[in-house]
Design a protein around this ligand. Sequence first.
Ligand code: ASP
Ligand code: MG
Length: 405
Amino acid sequence: MARIVMKFGGTSVGDIDRIRNVARRVKREVDAGHEVAVVVSAMSGVTNQLVGYCEALSPLYDAREYDAVVATGEQVTTGLLSIALQAVGVNARSFAGWQIPVRTDDAHGKARIDSIEGADLVLRMGRGEVPVVAGFQGVGPDDRVTTLGRGGSDTSAVALAAALRADRCDIYTDVDGVYTTDPRIVAKARKLNKITYEEMLELASVGAKVLQTRSVELAMKEKVRVQVLSSFADVPGTMVVDEDEIVEKAMVAGIAYARDEAKITLRRVPDRPGIAASVFVPLAEANINVDMIVQNISADGTTDLTFTVNRTDLPRVNAVLEEKAAAIGYAEVLTDSDVSKISIVGVGMRSHTGVASTMFRTLSERGINIQVISTSEIKVSVLVAAEYTELAVRALHTAYGLDAV
Ligand code: ASP
Ligand code: MG
């Protein structure tokens, strides 16, 4: 007998038939003798619609009221799934975040979980009851409803699994696992049986959309065994595990791409101490996440500084740069949104040489120009023109021997 947290994403609970299907899956685990807690997302499309309502009324909406609105999506699903479970004879009960409670900080719209009170749920599960918990939401220090940021119900599920000391957190979604790359653009992409936390974390942060980045961070920290699997097919998924559990460490485990990058170049900034701070401190203060950065040297006392941000932040970046123009002292700002970031990720990189050079050679053989490079211990990312995204990913997938045979 195991204790399992089962999490179902928006498409898995997208309509009444799918909610019935989820109820059958939950019942199967209960009938097998497991203790089960369920975490649900809003039905697909609902959160977008709710966010749209807020934006339509006021672009500068009050974040507390935004949370009051968007948290309702998950609440609907908890009630519906509980009804569906009761209809098939499972003793289910819905819980909103505040009823557990899931305590968060006060950062409305992007709150972080501080603690989850699990004792009552454990008692209920011991009696054969199935708690159906609303993902994505909690309650702040002011006793008001908070939400965790888009995609946050993955994090709810992992946090609940940690609080309940669950043996496993099964994340049911519309894909049947984590692939070596996006199967929609590489037909020969392979499903991975296992991937390490670190690889998953890097892949999630560079654009693979399977799991919310923060949920992987939390799973790694709390050592929660996470499985990604399909709610529509009956096949084993991908286990996210500790590195020790993987014997043959892949040089490159996966390739991800992100099309939502924008590149900014500041031409001819003075090459003197404090110049990077004069650019990046104001950007950080404006809550803008800067990703890749390169700076060139030049002979005449000025230099070009290039960096990337999320494309949706570009208007705010331009506003900050304009405001700080005198303090920074650049000659010109160039922006380019037609770029993609391609990343290769693998823990085996630590012990192999030549991984990055294979990437550069492969891209050059296809005539693809690399605009910016950044690396971490287990990742190499390059920025290329957006039109080469598919070509680059396919070529790299072949070059690293990842193609399915
Ligand atoms: N419903 C929320 C969203 O769409 C949370 C989630 O699905 O994880 O972002
Ligand atoms: Mg999701």
